[in-house]
Design a binder for this molecule. Sequence first.
Ligand code: ADP
Ligand code: MG
Length: 332
Amino acid sequence: RESKGKMPRYPGLDRWILIEKMGDGAFSNVYRARDSTGQYGEAAIKVVRKFEMNSSQGDNVLHPDFKKAPKAAERANILKEVQIMRQLDHPNIVKLLDFSESRQYYFIVLELCPGGELFHQIVRLTYFSESLARHVIVQVAKALEYLHEQAGVVHRDIKPENLLFYPIPFIPTRNPKPKKPEDEDKADEGEFIKGVGAGGIGQIKIADFGLSKVIWDSQTMTPCGTVGYTAPEIVKDERYSKSVDMWALGCVLYTLLCGFPPFYDESIQTLTEKVARGQYTFLSPWWDDISKSAQDLVSHLLTVDPEQRYDIHQFLNHPWIREADEPTTAAA
Ligand code: ADP
Ligand code: MG
């Protein structure tokens, strides 16, 4: 991780003191930052480089309009992401705190999820116990229920890299060290294990609305477009797009339970075919000790026909979700 001294400075972002880099992509960097005015405390800032500033691609002779053409589309995309996030208010969805831009960058200021990506926890723990997997997936599902049923939004990019979390502040060890006096009020190991099982994952938050889409108007509760003139395929399309999130939810649940994804192949073409056919297995020996009930739920999500696939209500009412053998304490 980068040290304080090497943090870049962005004109227009003077209010924020960048602390460390939390994520990076082709066009965006995400930093943990502290608000120098004290209004927000800490936050995550997604800094998105404006397209025309990308010097390595800026002189692309094959696309004379390369510098100009994609800019409007890119801007529209960023604004859509921000616009959608602005509407959302749910404990399991990352909150948008602020948005601004400079000549070269967009700055999306987000609620900080100090735990980072769920993805890294799967790598760290190899796989999750059924109760920890349930603790996680229920929270993702609650967020999807809100998005699908209340906000009229489909996320379309649900995956472990876009699921962030608040850690439980106490990581249990076999032989816990004696507590310092100032730590007396923190949870002890016993409490921690009763709460959520091993792993230290508290509250889960869905991030990255870069591919998300509004499917209906949450004000009028109608599909987007002119009321009464909406074609049946649009109404159906709305249902299909929700089912896209449910498929992804199934992929995440599968991965949590065994530690590897349901569909994988080194060849993209073969992988695409496997997905299209819904060709996956509960691979032995990894799935041998995972309950039949969990497998049943996964198979209702990884169903090729979107009409047959579980929707969010069916998911939340499945016995494996409802049988929750322990209280899911969401320590924020
Ligand atoms: P991209 O569109 O580039 O995937 P994301 O919004 O998914 O952008 O952010 C990229 C990465 O930055 C995430 O996968 C995560 O590691 C980190 N990140 C994003 N938002 C936050 C946040 N609010 N708190 C902590 N880390 C974050
Ligand atoms: Mg992402």
